[in-house]
Design a protein around this ligand. Structure first.
Ligand code: ADP
Ligand code: MG
Length: 379
C-alpha cells in the first residue's frame, strides 16, 4: 500500500484532534457518527466540519453511509498518519523515503532521522488481502466473511498487536546480544529499527564457506531455543547477510542478521517442536539447493536444543510476557493469523523458490490488492 505523506505537514492541530477522535470512536463504533467526532475532538462543530472534509479528501477517513446514520471510519492511511505523527514527535522519524519491501502483511520503508541517518520503518497491515488474478470472484465472499469480525476495527487492532509483538521480541533479542536490528521505536501498527546494510540470504548466489555459515545459523537456532524462543519463520527471506571487515587481516566476514518476528513462539508452545524442525529444515533445504551443501550432521533436534534452556540464565519468552505482550495477546494474534492463513515466508520458500528465482517473479502477485476494511461502503 502506498504511503502518501504529502499532507502530513499541512494538518493543523484541529485536524489532528479530529483524526484522533475518529480513531478513538472507531474502538466501539464501526461507523463513527459526526456528533461523536465533534464531541471527542473538543472542537467547535464548524472547525470539525472543515477538518472532516479535509481529512476525507486526503483519504485519511472515509464517509460511510450506514442504515441508521452517516459517519466516518478511519482508513489505513489515517492510521499511518497518526502513527507517523507520533514517531515524528518522539524524534524517531523525520522523513519517509523509499519503500524497500512489500510483504503480504507489511510494508517496509527507509526513513531518516533529523541528522539524515537512515532507518527502517515496518508497517504491519493485517486485514489486507492480496488476491491473485483469477481468484477475483472470491473477493465478495471474503468481504462478507470478514464483515462481522470487523467490529471493533479488527484490522487496526490486529496490526497493532503484530507490531507490539515484533517490537517486544526485537528488544528482548537485542538486549540478549543476538544479531538483530537495533529497536528504535514503536507506535500503533508501526515499528522503527536500524537499517541493516546487506542482502537477504535469498539473493546471495554463493558464499566462500557454506559449512561455516550453515553451522552459524544452526547455532543461532539452538541459542534462541536456550533463551526460550523459536523464530518460526527462520529462512532465507528473514536473514540479512552483511559484510564485516575482519579485525585482523584483510578478510571479510559474513554476518547473518535475523529479522521478522511476528511468528515467534515460546519453547513451551504446543507446536514448538514443529516450528523448530521447520526452521531447521528451511535452512537445510536452502543450503542444499543454492550452495549444494548438505551437512553430515543430523539435526539439531528440538529435544537436545531444549535441554540447553536457561544456559545463559535468561528466558526471553518469560521476559517478553512480563514486558507487556501477554499470553492473551499472543493467543489473539495467533488465532487471527491462523484463521487468515498467515504463515510467514516459509511457505513461499517451500513452494515458490524454483519458479520465482527463474522468472524473477517473486513479488508479482501483489498487483491486485485490496484493503479489506470495508472500502465498498464508502458513500
Ligand atoms: P515481512 O513480514 O513482510 O516478510 P520483513 O520484516 O521480513 O517483512 O521485511 C521484508 C524485507 O524488507 C526483508 O526481506 C528485507 O529485505 C527488508 N528489511 C526488513 N527489515 C530490514 C532492516 N532492518 N534492514 C534492512 N532491510 C530490511
Ligand atoms: Mg520476512
Amino acid at each position: 500500500m502506498k504511503l502518501d505523506t504529502k499532507s502530513l505537514r499541512y494538518l493543523n492541530p484541529t485536524d489532528w484532534r479530529t483524526l484522533t477522535a475518529v480513531e478513538t470512536g472507531s474502538r466501539n463504533h464501526e461507523v463513527v457518527p459526526t456528533p461523536l467526532i465533534a464531541n471527542l475532538s473538543k472542537s467547535s462543530v464548524g472547525d470539525v466540519q472543515r477538518s472532516i472534509s479535509l481529512l476525507a479528501k486526503a483519504n485519511l477517513i472515509a464517509k460511510v453511509k450506514n442504515a441508521k446514520y452517516d459517519g466516518y471510519r478511519l482508513t489505513y492511511g489515517g492510521l499511518d498518519y497518526l502513527a507517523l505523527h507520533s514517531l515524528q514527535k518522539s524524534n524517531t522519524v523525520y522523513s519517509v523515503g523509499n519503500q524497500i519491501g512489500v510483504g503480504k502483511e507489511s510494508d517496509i520503508f527507509v526513513v531518516s532521522d533529523e541528522k539524515g541517518e537512515q532507518r527502517v520503518l515496518k508497517i504491519h497491515r493485517l486485514g489486507r488481502v492480496s488476491f491473485k488474478k483469477g481468484v477475483r470472484n472470491k473477493r465478495d465472499y471474503a468481504r462478507t466473511k470478514t464483515q462481522k469480525e470487523r467490529g471493533a476495527g479488527s484490522w487496526m487492532y490486529m496490526s497493532r498487536l503484530a507490531a507490539v509483538k515484533e517490537y517486544a521480541f526485537l528488544q528482548a533479542l537485542h538486549d540478549a546480544g543476538l544479531s538483530v536490528p537495533i529497536p528504535l521505536g514503536q507506535n500503533r501498527h508501526q515499528l522503527v529499527m536500524s537499517l541493516i546494510d546487506g542482502f537477504p540470504l535469498r539473493q546471495i548466489e554463493n558464499v566462500p564457506d557454506p559449512a561455516g555459515l550453515y553451522a552459524e545459523l544452526m547455532e543461532i537456532l539452538v541459542r534462541l531455543c536456550s533463551l526460550g524462543l523459536i523464530h518460526g519463520d527462520f529462512n532465507e527471506f528473514n536473514l540479512i547477510i552483511k559484510e564485516e571487515q575482519e579485525e585482523e587481516g584483510e578478510g571479510i566476514r559474513l554476518v547473518p542478521v535475523l529479522i521478522d518476528f511476528p511468528q515467534m513462539v515460546s519453547v513451551d508452545h504446543a507446536n514448538a517442536e514443529f516450528y523448530f524442525d521447520r526452521d531447521v529444515e528451511c535452512v537445510k533445504r536452502f543450503f542444499a539447493r543454492r550452495f549444494g551443501f548438505t551437512s553430515t550432521e543430523e539435526g539439531p533436534l528440538f529435544k537436545d536444543a531444549r535441554k540447553q534452556l536457561g544456559r545463559e540464565g535468561r528466558r526471553l519468552d518469560v521476559e517478553v510476557e512480563a514486558s507487556g505482550f501477554s499470553k492473551k495477546m499472543a493467543k489473539e494474534l495467533e488465532t487471527y493469523m491462523k484463521d487468515h492463513g498467515i504463515d510467514g515466508d516459509a511457505r513461499d520458500a517451500e513452494t515458490n523458490d524454483e519458479e520465482a528465482s527463474e522468472s524473477g517473479a517473486a513479488a508479482s502477485d501483489n498487483d491486485d490488492e485490496v484493503v479489506d476494511e470495508g472500502a465498498s461502503d464508502i458513500g
